[in-house]
Each structure stands twice: as C-alpha cells, then as structure tokens.
Design a protein around this ligand. Structure first.
Ligand code: GRF
Length: 222
C-alpha cells in the first residue's frame, strides 16, 4: 500500500511554495489573468500571481496587474536582434520570479525549447477551441467557419508545437446559429475563465502529472 502511494507521489509535480507562485503571460485584455487574480484573493485557493509579463507594451492585462501592485515586465520581439534573444529575455524575466507554474493566458507568441526547458512541465496554456481542432490564434473564427455545433476551451501543458501539448482539461461551449466571431469568443471566454481558475487551483493544491499524451491533476487513478 505504501509502495503504491510512493509511486503515485513520484509521478506528481507539486509546487515548491505555499501559496504557489504563478507567473502569467498575456498579450491582450488579460481577463483570464484577472480571473485568477480574483480567485487568489481567497487564501484557500493556494496560489498567488507573483508577476505578469507581456510581449507587447501597454496591454490592458499589464495595466490590471500594475493596479493590483503586481510586478510586470514587457519584452517586444521587435526590440531584439533575434527570436532566440527575445525568448531568452522572456525566460530570464520569468525565472527571476521563481514560479511554480507559468500560465500563458492569451499569450500569442510561441516560446522556444530553451524557454520550456527552464520550467519543465510547468508551463500551461489556455486555448479557445477544443484541441486538436482549430489550433492557432483564430480558434473561434475557424470553428464558426467550419460549422461545428460545439466548441470550447482547452488547457494543456505547453510543448514546442503550436497548441500540441498534453491536454489537462477541456470545457464545451455550444455554437449558436446566429453567432458571430465576437459573440462566440465572448461566450467561450466565460467558460474558459472558469475552467482556468478551477484547473490552476486543482494543480497547485493537488499536484499534476504527465505520462506521454495523458496529463491531469491530482494522483493517478488506476
Ligand atoms: C483567450 O480566449 C485565449 O484562449 C486566447 O485569447 C483570449 C485571451 O483573452 N488565446 P484575455 O486576454 O484573457 O481576455
């Protein structure tokens, strides 16, 4: 019984800090980041945001973080000689805050292997479609144009591909006949924010694991 328990624990990743330290990367309005920020005001949530970073200057997400007194950083790709240097700057800024979990919440750039290696199995992304359908930055538009009746949002452990990492959780959102890209995006974002808050809370309180393409939070149930 004890041996079994040890094997389960070994596979699980747990935050090194309590509350867990979250670094959130944003590119836009930051409503997903704000949802985590609000949830983290409750001590029982088990995590707090220690920094918010962006690949753009002057985003609403960064503004929200600053107003909440959270340290921020901005690195625009165009200010660097190469993509590698930009990745290294992002990596170094994130590393400074010793995160247990790095959350890409509406962050629209691909981070390279060097970045990911610095935070192994600790970078998650939320995508506004049901992967593997409709990866990339136009998830809701692509789903609408394809004519699917159900779409949603996916949280996954980030790998070097475009929205290809092991899936941690998914939530559905029906597509209405009269949906526009905007109306669908907003309805997806409602369920997406709730899912992100729930999943991050579970991960920091219960740990998480990955075996190949399978990943989840809490201990492995066999
Ligand atoms: C989310 O729907 C995310 O999936 C997509 O961009 C949106 C970001 O929204 N990549 P916000 O910046 O958190 O409001």
């Amino acid at each position: 019984m004890n041996v079994e328990k040890k094997q389960i624990d070994r596979r699980c990743i747990f935050p090194a800090h309590r509350p867990a330290r979250l670094v959130v990367l944003v590119s836009g309005t930051g409503s997903n980041m704000k949802a985590i920020l609000d949830a983290s005001l409750d001590e029982g949530y088990g995590a707090h945001i220690v920094a918010v970073g962006s690949d753009r200057n002057g985003t609403k997400g960064i503004e929200i973080a600053r107003q909440a007194g959270i340290p921020t950083f901005e690195h625009q790709l165009k200010d660097f000689d190469s993509r590698e240097e930009w990745n290294a700057a992002m990596r170094d800024s994130v590393r400074e805050y010793v995160p247990d979990l790095v959350i890409l919440a509406g962050f629209l750039k691909i981070l390279n292997e060097d970045f990911l290696k610095a935070f192994p199995s600790r970078v998650i992304n939320t995508h506004n479609a049901l992967l593997p359908s409709f990866p990339g930055i136009h998830g809701p538009k692509d789903a609408l144009e394809y004519g699917v009746k159900i779409t949603g949002a996916t949280i996954f452990l980030v790998d070097p591909g475009i929205d290809t990492g092991a899936i941690l959780a998914q939530v559905t959102c029906p597509v209405r006949d009269d949906d526009t890209e905007e109306s669908l995006l907003e309805r997806i974002k409602e369920v997406e924010r709730k899912q992100l808050v729930d999943v991050v809370g579970h991960m920091v309180r219960e740990g998480w694991w990955q075996e190949g393409r399978k990943a989840s939070f809490g201990s492995i149930k066999r």
